[in-house]
Design a binder for this molecule. Structure first.
Ligand SMILES: Cc1ncc(COP(=O)(O)O)c(C=O)c1O
Length: 323
């Protein structure tokens, strides 16, 4: 019997090693990890190159106070900026923290613009994390129902329903909208290209921020560095986490130029966020994805699987859709 708080429905398997997309239990059974540790181990278990970076960095130091220059955080940020066309990054330790950062930035933006009673539009069934702010912004009641009064900064609309967004913009003082371009926890709901373009256009028209949570769908997993790039738009804020350091904890909140000028020392921070070890590993992750052309390969594999699954299962009773 474990003394851990029972927050997870744990399956009693004792995994002792991993390699690539396989893991082995203590009885010698080999398993194919089809979820990559839930979107984290994107470059596989026991990745040799990643391990070398970890070893080299711990020989120098693991942690460095955020009061000093951190060359690995700088390098990682520069790389993220290059691939996302954003302007600046903040590093934290998880997806929820990245989204907390985004929500704080939206509130600051509203403050600076003197927007009275500002609201943020969120999609029904969205999942943005478990901390109180991110939970308040989560559009799935299942995660919220027992936690009483949460923050009231959010207005919920249906995903992929542009008219509902338009109505919300007309009827409220909206400072931002936040969404996953592909809703993950909700069951892989994919935004249409038209919808994303329309959201971007509405954000420009109403001068509100477009915050995209690519914690789960970002970093090359869909055949684009970031799924919104399929729609040829650039958000105001972009959040990342999960696979960024292939298993070491990291979150990132990227902003565009107009927001970067609003953000000044003391407004936000994190003791461990962006430490040299995770940033060095994350930098390597991006290098490997690029060098090995994994995004192109993912696109081809995605098309292959969709084709095979559709041709085999489309007419099978009980299967509603293949995504
Ligand atoms: C889209 C999305 N946002 C945020 C989060 C929260 O990330 P974390 O568990 O690292 O806090 C998740 C986690 O599943 C997620 O899928």
């Amino acid at each position: 019997m474990s003394s851990l708080i029972n927050f997870y429905n744990k399956i009693e398997i004792n995994f002792i090693k991993g390699e690539g997309c396989y893991i082995w239990d203590d009885a010698g059974h080999k398993y194919l990890d089809m979820t990559a540790g839930v979107g984290v181990n994107n470059l596989g278990y026991k990745n040799r190159e990643i391990n070398i970076e970890i070893i080299q960095q711990i020989e120098s130091y693991i942690h460095l106070s955020n009061l000093f220059t951190n060359q690995w955080a700088n390098k990682l940020s520069d790389k993220l900026i290059e691939i996302s066309k954003m302007d600046a990054s903040f590093f934290c330790n998880s997806g929820a923290e990245a989204n907390e950062t985004a929500i704080k930035i939206a509130k600051l933006y509203a403050y600076e613009k003197e927007i009275k009673n500002p609201k943020i539009i969120i999609m029904n069934n969205a999942f943005h994390g478990r901390t109180i702010g991110a939970l308040s912004a989560t559009g799935n009641q299942k995660y919220k129902e027992k936690f009483g009064q949460l923050f009231e900064d959010f207005i919920f609309v249906n995903f992929n329903a542009i008219e509902e967004v338009r109505d919300a913009l007309e009827q409220n003082n909206i400072c931002a909208m936040m969404l996953e371009p592909i809703q993950g926890e909700a069951g892989v709901n994919i935004s249409s290209t038209l919808y994303m373009k329309q959201l971007k256009q509405l954000c420009e028209q109403y001068q509100c921020l477009l915050i995209l949570d690519e914690v789960q769908c970002g970093l090359g997993r869909t055949g684009y560095w970031f799924y919104h790039q399929k729609s040829e738009i650039i958000p105001d804020v972009l959040t990342l986490a999960k696979g960024l350091a292939n298993g070491l904890p990291i979150g990132a909140c990227l902003v565009n130029k107009k927001l970067n000028t609003l953000l000044t020392p003391g407004m936000h921070g994190s003791t461990f966020g962006g430490n040299p070890l995770v940033c060095r590993v994350a930098y390597k992750v991006l290098e490997i994805i690029e060098r090995d052309q994994l995004i192109k390969i993912n696109k081809l594999k995605g098309a292959y699987f969709i084709d095979k699954l559709q041709s085999k299962f489309t007419s099978v009773r009980g299967i509603k859709s293949i995504r």
